[in-house]
Design a protein around this ligand. Sequence first.
Ligand code: MLT
Length: 407
Amino acid sequence: MITINEHYKKLQASYLFSDIARRVATYQQNHPDQRIIKLGIGDVTKPLPPACIQAFHQAVEEMGKEETFRGYGPEQGYPFLREAIAAQDFQARGADIAADEIFISDGAKCDTGNIQEIFGTDIVIAIPDPVYPVYLDTNVMAGRTGVYRDGRYDGIVYLESRKDNQFIPDLPQTPVDLIYLCFPNNPTGSTISREALQVWVDYARQNKALILFDAAYEAFIRDPALPKSIYELPGAREVAIEFRSFSKSGGFTGTRCAYTVVPKDCRAFDHQGNEQPVHPLWNRRHSTKFNGVSYPVQRAAAALYTDEGKKQAATLVDYYMGNAALIRSEITALGYDCVGGDHSPYIWIDSRTDSWQFFDRLLEQAGVVCTPGSGFGRCGAGYIRLSAFNSRENVEQALQRIRESLS
Ligand code: MLT
């Protein structure tokens, strides 16, 4: 008799963003004339930068000619992209990361979800609350948690991000092995200072723990004093894996390209307590289960590292940050407390009521989709998240409708 992975039974019915999409689709079916504006899932709306399109076209042409056609590429990614990343995203900022420590992939969602496979199933996981649901759900699937009750899974150490700690979690009170951190944060939009991040790096070093640092939103950081990479901090090479994505910084949500950095100094331990480098484990996993991102997509991503590409991507990010500033100021003017939106495309709003009730109210009265904070964890209860990824016109119209429905 074929049996299922019983751990899947512990999961909540569906993935948060699929659940929202279904509710919105049902609402739209019942209100076909309502023009709904989506500020829910963080999905970009602007086209790819022209430099990427040009590189894409050129690579497609190459694939059409016998002399330049390419079959399987290196699973880890083409050197032209890995080298550009190492030089510009890390070495130029004083972070000691080499090209062969970078693994190109089709998304940070997949990488942050898959990485847990290389660690023991008996380790203790520390996960922020609220949190990007992928970190949690993939650990549930792997059997690292007990059952779900009262909004939480048994066996997980939750790192609470609340108003009273400025949405930066405190160190765990009990020992943990694997720590998920995300800054600028999804969903709260909060950022972390070098000093505060150093505390986590030091903790990981002292406790033989490892940090999974999700930096998918680093391009939105405006303050040069804030760290863009965890490797800007001393000691991080030994205890941190970093995830980055071109989805939000280069408009690649539909194109799919991201990367994960696994420094060769990064170590975990076998059950005999011997140090084991993590790089070969991830390399083994990646080359066994993944055949690389397509050549044209990697060429398009590499174009983001040219002078033109950098300027065009910066214009994209500035555009969304303009939306974020508008959202933040309007929501504040309406008398709601919020964070985020200054170094992040997400604005985290204290709705002063149940998250899903507020979601329904915005959908029904304003035709605007947000993300209910409770979907990100217990500490998200009472909050909603608005995303700055949409056209300026849509954001302005959404804010006008929100103003009319809330005031
Ligand atoms: C979000 O809205 O949180 C993100 O778009 C989800 C993702 O990047 O997978």
